[in-house]
Design a protein around this ligand. Structure first.
Ligand code: ATP
Ligand code: MG
Ligand code: FE
Length: 357
């Protein structure tokens, strides 16, 4: 089985070809970073236009790299939401056109399900597992019971983790995109140099909150006079900024670790097994956080499974793989499937036939 995947829901134009036995035959990601950098964030109209300009060529390149003609494919998978709707439309129309022209099954993939199932790509990870989904727009703990079967255990009541990284980077003038910039800066910093809060730790339930931490970072930066450097020029403040970045990352690590520890307990009660704990989404590329979560999983007698960093941030291999998983179960979609800007994972529960393994 071979599936072409297309991803255009944010600021990466991506096309990939993946096989049923988990081989990635092509995985092309075209980042729009340079186009959005002047604005310090993703501009939806620029993103949609750029996807339109590049997607056809990228799909052709992915097919050429895989050494396949469209007729050799078994299905076309595309991110059909959630995301910036203009970009999602570009991908969905492209995928529908190919599916129609070549009479191939069409698979409308939820972007979050792409992140959620990536850990199964090329591994023997079985259902159920505990998933910490941490990305630019999401922060959730879920029990993944099968393809299309997600049970939400907790989530953020305000900002997503990736958002907090991006805002911290912007505040400190560390550059864009924020996550990798904060991680780089933090590597040279002393996390104990600033005292930051750890919202929600010790509270009942499995929800998260990051807005208070974000505000605390702003106040600390103000107090230390770190705010007025021109972008990209940390000047004499580089050391203090590194300290604040490290303190922020450490606080996030503490929060994620505490919540995941509790979630592993709940998971064990509910499913009778110790995880495994899977982390996915762009923030899962962060090495410090991966180490922290690995420690938590081990302490609970479990293990952490984290996709390689390049498969954590947005890519099309994860969409093609989710397509493989759905196609195997016969979960194809009609060509009039409407793209969905908002599409929580739990709503996939409506789809039938959870996988047994
Ligand atoms: P979503 O998946 O919620 O729709 P998205 O697709 O825009 O959002 P992803 O590509 O999955 O997001 O993740 C991007 C986010 O991950 C950004 O907020 C980015 O700062 C963050 N990120 C990427 N690399 C790192 C890193 N090394 N450390 C921390 N955060 C990171
Ligand atoms: Mg992105
Ligand atoms: Fe994403």
């Amino acid at each position: 089985m071979t599936v072409l995947g297309i991803e255009t829901s944010c600021d990466e134009t991506a096309a990939a070809v993946v096989t049923g036995d988990g081989r990635i035959l092509a995985n092309l990601v075209l980042s729009q970073l340079d186009e959005h950098r002047p604005y310090g964030g993703v501009v939806p109209e620029i993103a949609a236009r750029s996807h339109l300009d590049h997607i056809d060529r990228l799909v052709e390149e992915a097919m050429a790299e895989a050494g396949l003609e469209f007729g050799a494919l078994d299905g076309i998978a595309v991110t059909a939401g959630p995301g910036l709707i203009g970009g999602v439309f570009v991908g969905v129309m492209t995928a529908k056109a190919i599916a129609l022209a070549w009479d191939l099954p069409f698979l409308a993939v939820n972007h979050l399900e792409g992140h959620a199932l990536t850990a199964r790509l090329g591994t023997d990870l079985a259902f159920p597992y505990l998933l910490l989904l941490v990305s630019g727009g999401h922060c959730q703990l879920l029990a993944v019971e099968g393809v299309g079967c997600y049970s939400r255990l907790g989530g953020t009541i305000d900002d997503a983790v990736g958002e907090a990284f991006d805002k911290t980077a912007k505040l400190l003038g560390l550059g864009y995109p924020g996550g990798p910039a904060v991680e780089r800066a933090a590597a040279d910093g002393d996390p104990a140099a600033f005292a930051l809060p750890r919202p929600m730790i010790g509270r009942p339930g499995l929800d998260f909150s990051f807005s208070g931490l974000k505000t605390a970072v702003r106040h600390a930066a103000q107090a230390a006079d770190l705010l007025d450097d021109p972008p990209g020029d940390a000047g004499n403040d580089a050391g203090r900024k590194a300290d604040l970045a490290a303190a922020f990352q450490e606080a996030v690590g503490d929060i994620l670790a505490e919540r995941c520890g509790k979630a592993l307990d709940l998971f064990r009660e509910r499913y009778g097994k110790a995880g495994p704990l899977v982390v996915a989404g762009g923030v899962a590329a962060n090495r410090h956080l991966r180490e922290r979560l690995d420690g938590v999983a081990r302490a609970a007698g479990s293990e952490l499974m984290a996709p390689p960093p390049a498969l954590c941030t947005d890519n099309a291999a994860m969409i093609a793989w989710a397509g493989v998983e759905r196609l195997r179960l016969g979960l194809t979609d009609p060509l009039d499937f409407a793209a969905r800007p908002r599409w929580p994972l739990e709503e996939l529960r409506e789809t039938p036939a959870p996988a047994k393994t």
